[in-house]
Design a protein around this ligand. Structure first.
Ligand SMILES: Cc1cc2nc3c(=O)[nH]c(=O)nc-3n(C[C@H](O)[C@H](O)[C@H](O)COP(=O)(O)OP(=O)(O)OC[C@H]3O[C@@H](n4cnc5c(N)ncnc54)[C@H](O)[C@@H]3O)c2cc1C
Length: 394
């Protein structure tokens, strides 16, 4: 596969990156028989953030197009076998959003907006939450948002399923094939330079996560993506802990957590160290940092204090200034599209992102969801995304 002789010299569309995004785009393009599609990855499918993702699936966003993307994706996760032909890993556990007490009004307004868009979500009281999740300490919670249909999935599984279906439909996959440069001439992309030679193509998509900024900068456009290091703890359920409980994002403890199968629990953090190298970050989690995150999550789930840490997962987020993805064509470089900057939240919307990116490439715009607000030029234009009822930690 990685033998230089077998590498194609031309393609109709080259997708750089075989994470959940690149694989999803390839799948949706292949489904529409969009021609000769080549997916390249410098390592292999799911090697980036996708294979390390906590993979929470929730609809609770404050910016309506993100809610729509999450909803379209949820439908695909729920019908994975019909869509992709594989059983899938979606686990429906329910999801709870807890915000700072002074943001309860915003929570209400966001839930109202989400319900209008078709999300199955409702506000629940402290007592209802306590009844649903007896292990959680919720004394200070006035109101929470509850989504019964949400849960979690598996990043490596989704990337693999999309890619293998895309290949069944005729796409070519080249692992161990780094793109070293984008060939851009006279305001148009002409192809991709790889260390196995050049692939000429009129359409190129960079779905390269935290590696995107330097790649596109070499072609002459700066995308303000910063890389941020994150750690996640996988714990064994403490004795007597409820199995398979709800996933949660909790602004008060600045943690998110979910069950992991019937016997484990996953805890992650809101913030991390900026400026890490995605090719050289700690592969082993720091015990001290894990302890600190677990200690905070224990304020919400006290039984975690006695839970055994089984392992840590490390990974890198590709953060943008408004914490929203960058989707679209690079100004002045026709045919060069970016799909990156998911800011630690991309997994749950990846099925829909592949669909709307395929529409953008083939039809000139996202038809299923209007994604124009995510255009790359918004930073240079000073048009960052700000939701109407944004939370402080959105
Ligand atoms: C610890 C952690 C927890 C997370 N938890 C959640 C969560 O609970 N819910 C959620 O929705 N999201 C979550 N995310 C975010 C989500 O996982 C990412 O947004 C998503 O996986 C991004 O997918 P991607 O395809 O854009 O990037 P990646 O998976 O990083 O894929 C990019 C690919 O591009 C390849 N590549 C890069 N440069 C080149 C090049 N020059 N040439 C060829 N190939 C190249 C890489 O090898 C890589 O395979 C989490 C992320 C992390 C790290």
């Amino acid at each position: 596969m990685s033998n230089g002789n077998s590498h194609p010299k031309t393609a109709d569309i080259v997708i750089i990156g075989a994470g959940v995004m690149g694989a999803s785009i390839a799948f949706h393009l292949a489904r529409r028989q969009a021609g000769n599609i080549v997916v390249i990855d410098k390592d292999h499918v799911g090697h980036g953030a996708s294979g390390r993702s906590s993979a929470l699936i929730r609809m609770h966003y404050s910016f309506p197009p993100e809610v729509q993307l999450a909803l379209v994706s949820l439908h695909m996760f729920q019908h994975w076998r019909e869509v992709v032909g594989e059983p899938g890993d979606f686990r429906k556990t329910g999801f709870v959003r807890i915000v700072h007490p002074n943001e309860s009004e915003r929570l209400k307004l966001n839930v109202e907006m989400q319900r209008k868009l078709g999300v199955n979500v409702k506000l629940i009281s402290r007592d209802e939450l306590k009844e649903m999740e007896p292990d959680w300490a919720v004394d200070e919670v006035e109101l929470a948002a509850y989504e019964p249909d949400s849960g979690y999935g598996d990043g490596a599984g989704v990337a693999n399923d999309f890619l293998s279906r895309a290949r069944d439909l005729g796409a070519t996959y080249l692992p161990k094939t780094p793109a070293t440069a984008l060939r851009v001439e006279s305001g148009r992309v002409r192809g991709v330079v790889t260390d196995h030679g050049e692939i000429a193509a009129p359409l190129v998509v960079a779905a390269t996560g935290p590696w995107t900024r330097p790649l596109v900068a070499r072609a002459g456009y700066d995308l303000p993506i910063e890389n941020e290091y994150h750690q996640v703890a996988i714990l064994k359920n403490a004795p007597g802990m409820k199995a398979g409980g709800c996933a949660c994002i909790d602004s008060v403890t600045a943690t998110y957590f979910r069950s992991d199968g019937q016997d484990k629990f996953l805890v992650g953090d809101f913030s991390g160290q900026r400026g890490v190298d995605p090719d050289n970050f700690p592969q082993r989690a720091s015990d001290d940092l894990l302890e600190e995150t677990i200690e905070r999550a224990s304020r919400r789930v006290p039984k975690l204090e006695n839970a055994e840490v089984m392992r840590g997962v490390t990974g890198v987020y590709d953060l943008t200034p408004d914490s929203r993805p960058i989707l679209g064509e690079i100004p002045g470089m026709d045919g060069l599209f970016v799909c990156a900057g998911f800011s630690g939240m991309g997994f749950k919307i990846s099925p829909a992102i592949g669909l709307v990116m395929s529409e953008l490439l083939l039809d000139g715009r996202g038809k299923t969801v209007d994604i124009s607000a995510f255009r790359p030029s918004r930073f240079a234009d000073g048009r960052l995304i700000k939701a109407e009822y944004e939370y402080k930690d959105d």
